[in-house]
Write a protein that binds this ligand. Structure first.
Ligand SMILES: Nc1ncnc2c1ncn2[C@@H]1O[C@H](COP(=O)(O)OP(=O)(O)OP(=O)(O)O)[C@@H](O)[C@H]1O
Ligand SMILES: [Mg+2]
Length: 428
């Protein structure tokens, strides 16, 4: 295995422009003596008897023959992915095959223009779901001796692109937040950095977020990073904190609407769903399809509303609850479900965090509408619940803090946000 990896670095696929330039130079350098001696070769071919006709024709047209044959060979050396067979064998050995046993085929490997450290491996996918690639991410990294930055479909689902850097390249353990990282675009929130650069989410495209990770993985820090940005962008932020306020010091209480117990939460969510209905009426009257259109058309200033809950599974867990409490919890769930389904158009967003590896607690209808999924350090059960793949268990190191896997396969280090220097510029 080690030998074959060493060998692969000598092969033209992705070996870089130096080898490619050497090959071209050798081809051109070879053309000079052939051109200079072609007259002698032609004369020699004419004098020699008993030489085959093909040989004679070749010698008589030695220079065009060199250009053609050499050019063809050069093209093959430059373009053919010689590492293909090796990559295929490695992927087969880790069981990345489709239902008929076919292995993905390496079509190309090239350096990414925007990120010179990154190579893009283009595979013909053989109808293997992207989640299978995600589930085997760690094994693929070992097999191909790379660190994967991102896995995604190429043009259509029959191509899978692996964005990868050399093995053992890693992100920094801490990246401090700086105010200048705040996105200038309306409701683009910055999460952190991957090896491809800053990682952002646009609430217009992925309006609700499900954030998971085991205890100490960095959920609360990331949640507060997002809420801080939302406040700076002028949103109204509501926070359900059932941990007695330990995670949200008093500065948050000044800027956000806080609720600490179930009835208060139900009242808040009832208000939010009523606001949703009110906004629905306003937008309908103006013939607008979303909040930004309405604000533009009506010169209005309806603010976005973010509802965040740091431990949603604890809040929704009905275990041991009496009838009255069960009723309250059912209503909380129903209102969350309405916001998850309809909130987007009316600028009402959910950010729900959990550390509980319990699929039953977050109802499917809410979960399926939380389309932005982020998972930190987690076991395979929690990773499966959050991302529908065991990827986070595979790629986030056991001691990592603030390291997350996004639903699109991007691994990033979230910015470390220092509350001590909190400047929540906009008052709620
Ligand atoms: N982005 C980060 N970069 C570096 N360190 C971080 C980062 N995020 C969190 N940490 C470290 O990890 C610790 C735990 O973070 P946090 O409280 O956010 O975890 P959590 O997932 O919310 O845990 P719990 O589930 O117990 O609430 C922080 O006190 C901080 O020291
Ligand atoms: Mg926490």
């Amino acid at each position: 295995m080690t030998r074959s990896r060493d060998l692969r670095h000598w092969l033209p696929v992705g070996t870089g422009w130096v080898i490619k330039l050497c090959l071209i130079a050798a081809y051109l350098a070879g053309a000079v003596p052939v051109w200079r001696s072609q007259a002698k070769i032609v004369a020699y071919a004419e004098t020699v008897e008993l030489i085959s006709l093909v040989m004679k024709a070749l010698m008589t047209h030695i220079f065009p023959a060199y250009l053609l044959a050499g050019g063809g060979l050069l093209a093959v050396l430059l373009l053919y992915p010689f590492g293909r067979k090796m990559a295929q064998d490695q992927l087969e050995s880790i069981g990345l095959v489709n239902h008929t046993g076919a292995v993905p085929i390496l079509l190309r490997r090239y350096r990414d223009r925007e990120h010179p450290r990154v190579f893009v491996w283009v595979f013909q996918n053989q109808s293997i779901p992207l989640s299978d690639w995600g589930d085997r991410r760690g094994a693929i990294e070992t097999a191909l001796d790379i660190t994967i930055v991102q896995i995604r479909y190429g043009r259509g689902k029959n191509r899978v692109l692996l964005y990868a850097v050399p093995a053992r390249t890693d992100l920094p353990e801490v990246i401090p937040w700086k105010d200048r990282y705040l996105s200038p675009d309306s409701f683009v929130l910055v999460l952190g950095e991957s090896l491809l650069g800053p990682v952002t989410i646009n609430l217009d495209r992925t309006p609700h977020i499900l954030l998971g990770g085991s205890t100490g993985s960095g959920k609360s820090v990331l949640l507060k990073l997002l809420l801080m940005q939302a406040l700076q962008m002028g949103a109204e932020v509501c926070i359900a904190d059932f941990k007695g306020g330990v995670d949200f010091p008093p500065i948050w209480h000044e800027k956000c609407r806080m609720c600490f117990e179930e009835q208060e939460l139900l009242d808040l969510l009832t208000e939010l769903t009523a606001e949703l209905q009110r906004r629905k009426g306003l937008l309908k009257a103006r013939g607008c399809s979303n909040l930004d259109d309405y604000n533009r058309a009506a010169g209005g200033h309806l603010r976005r509303i973010i509802f965040a809950c740091d431990e949603v599974a604890e809040v929704l867990d009905r275990t041991g609850a009496d009838k009255a409490r069960k009723e309250v919890l059912a209503q909380i769930e129903a209102r969350l479900s309405v916001i998850a389904r309809q909130g987007w158009a009316f600028g009402i967003h959910l950010i729900l965090a959990t550390q509980r590896p319990d699929a039953a607690i977050i109802p499917g209808q809410i979960r399926s509408n939380l389309d932005c999924r982020i998972c930190g350090r987690a076991d395979s059960v929690l990773s499966q619940i959050i991302l529908d793949s065991t990827g986070a268990a595979e790629v986030i190191p056991k001691n990592a803090r603030g390291r997350f896997l996004l639903h699109d396969g991007t691994v990033f280090q979230s910015y470390l946000f220092d509350e001590g220097s909190l400047h929540l510029g906009v008052s709620a």
